[in-house]
Write a protein that binds this ligand. Structure first.
Ligand code: HEM
Length: 258
């Protein structure tokens, strides 16, 4: 059916901002490249674990931003500010709870995602670099947990950090320097808390953002791996399946001969 003049007018009005942006930045093309791509037809829920980890990370960022508006990284005020968030700030208890439990959810999802990648052999050529990027994300994610644990500045936080720093101090050569750097002196003191806070809410989230960007670029560039049991993955020897017998899967070589 031919489009009416009115509809054409509406369509071009709706597309105008997109055309405007595309002509000046190419961003619409990049977004299409990122979102509309081919994936194997036999992928499953297992391949959604990366996106689940991404969602958990975004929840951490959003709840962390709210907490940062009320938290005070000063040894004399930190504990009281956390109590204030939990007891007085509207829905503060919820935001704090989401951030605290969300941290564990994020790490657990990372391990599930890693297990999926490992069991599917998706870390092999040409995706080794993406595995390495993933390991860096995991290390940064665990460092987020370590630095965040000190922030409530209660006894558990203090002594858990003391143990963590002492473990670091036993490392060969760099160990003592690392411990002293983390403490901001010879003991855990007034400089430790602001340092951990800066690392927790600026350095590590920035690094994780950049690494996730690189990770997703590589996912799009290299494509998602088919499951190991896939009958139709590229370069795989074909075995006769129910689909073949019923003529559901086309054999291009047979078609060429005919
Ligand atoms: C914030 C952390 C992470 C996010 C947001 C993330 C996100 C994703 C997404 C969306 C995919 C594509 C679909 C899927 O397989 O789920 C993917 C694939 C992949 N991820 Fe991650 N990931 C993260 C951490 C990790 C870690 C810790 C590793 C391993 C150490 C890893 C290794 C890989 C590899 C090798 C692929 C390619 C898999 C394939 O081609 O089938 N990722 N990631």
């Amino acid at each position: 059916m031919a489009k009416t003049a009115r509809r054409k007018q509406l369509e071009s009005a709706a597309l105008y901002p997109l055309d405007w942006t595309e002509e000046r930045s190419g961003l619409v093309g990049y977004t299409k490249w990122f979102l509309f791509r081919r994936v194997p037809h036999d992928i499953s829920w297992a391949q959604t674990l990366g996106a689940a980890a991404l969602t958990a990370f975004i929840v951490q960022v959003l709840t962390g931003v709210v907490l940062a508006m009320y938290y005070k990284p000063d040894p004399d005020a930190a504990y009281a500010s956390v109590v204030n968030i939990t007891e007085n700030v509207t829905l503060g208890w919820l935001v704090r709870g989401m951030h605290k439990w969300g941290a564990s959810v994020f790490i657990i999802l990372l391990f599930f995602h890693m297990a999926r990648v490992f069991l599917f052999g998706a870390y092999k050529y040409p995706r080794e670099l993406n595995w390495i990027v993933g390991v860096l994300i995991l290390v940064a994610g665990m460092a987020e947990g370590f630095t965040g644990y000190l922030l409530p500045w209660d006894n558990t936080a203090y002594w858990a950090t003391a143990v963590g720093i002492n473990i670091n101090a036993t490392g060969p050569i760099v160990g003592p320097f690392l411990a002293q750097f983390l403490q901001g002196g010879l003991n855990i003191g007034t400089d430790t808390l602001p340092k951990f806070y800066a690392i927790h809410m600026l350095v590590l989230p920035g690094a994780i953002f950049a690494l996730i960007g690189l990770h997703l670029y590589l996912v799009v560039r290299l494509g998602v791996t088919s499951p190991p049991w896939s009958q139709t993955a590229a370069g795989r020897e074909r075995h006769e399946s129910a689909g073949d017998r019923e003529g559901l899967i086309r054999d291009p070589s047979a078609e060429a001969e005919a």
